[in-house]
Design a binder for this molecule. Sequence first.
Ligand SMILES: [Cu+2]
Length: 353
Amino acid sequence: MKISRSTLTAVLSLVLCSAVATADDARRSLADKHAPAGIMGDHLHEQGEWMVEYRYMNMYMEDNRIGESRLSDQEAIGPPGPPPGIVVDGIRTNAGAAPTQMTMEMHMMHLMYGASDDVTLYTMVMLPSLTMDHIRGDMAGPMRGTDFTTHNSGFGDTAFGALIRLHSNDCHDLIFNLGCSVPTGDIYRETSIPSGGAVSQPLPYPMRLGSGTFNARPGLTYKRYRDWWSGGIQFQTDLPIGKNYRGYSVSNEFRLNSWTSVLLKDYWAVSLRGEHLWRTSYDGADPATPDTMIATNVESFRGGYWYNIGIGTQLNLKGYYLNAEIVPTIAQDLDGLQLETDFSVIASISKAW
Ligand SMILES: [Cu+2]
């Protein structure tokens, strides 16, 4: 017996999507039409449709960790010298200062355009605003234990790409993200705050606005719609290509997300998301960032594993789409000595026409 492809697709749709009573376009226009706020690249637009979105994120980090164990601020600068600082994984560091707290704030402008029903183009401009608090270490002499704050803000790297439909039927979407970023963010600025004006030094790695490299950002998203709920799985990467002009490349990043959204009303949904995040260490080194000074200068102290939970809500009201999430970090295992992540908040407002 010969079964045509369309018959097979129809039978599969009936089996897999039996709970979907509504037509696909109508179902996809309800409050769970986008994935939770922390997810990008999960949806397409129809040909000729535009979407503009403003997205805000703030990540809060406080206290140092070695692996999974927390250190006090005094422990992070080591016992009073000599020799100054502390040794972690065979590397002497934090002799100048130790970070104690950081906020990574990001404003994002996101534009999407349906080039065809199967290909949506997007670009995202990012404006990070980074603030880090520190305490001074042994190299500060009598100033040991005093605190100072550094700040940096401006344009970050700019992301763009194409979202390509690999497969869809009434209740499934499979979307490939052919994404990349260009190095529009500055990676070298000096500050004289730590030494009180006598010597200026470059801001350490996490205080820099961009990666300095072109990055490939491929990703794959599977989404499924049922009558009163929807869910998805996404694998998304961020992979620097080569090294930047300062002689290093940032972490390879891999994110594996899964989420479920439940419709409370057609215009209101709630969501729960789990995220595994892996980052590798930096490659190479900026020669102007001595390891002994501070742990944020150490290339091998950038990687690790994080597990985050996203608790979110979505509102689709009068043509405006509101999407917000609070994202506590549940578990983390950090390479070397780093600030731990406590939680993030992510919120966005978008409109399509
Ligand atoms: Cu969109």
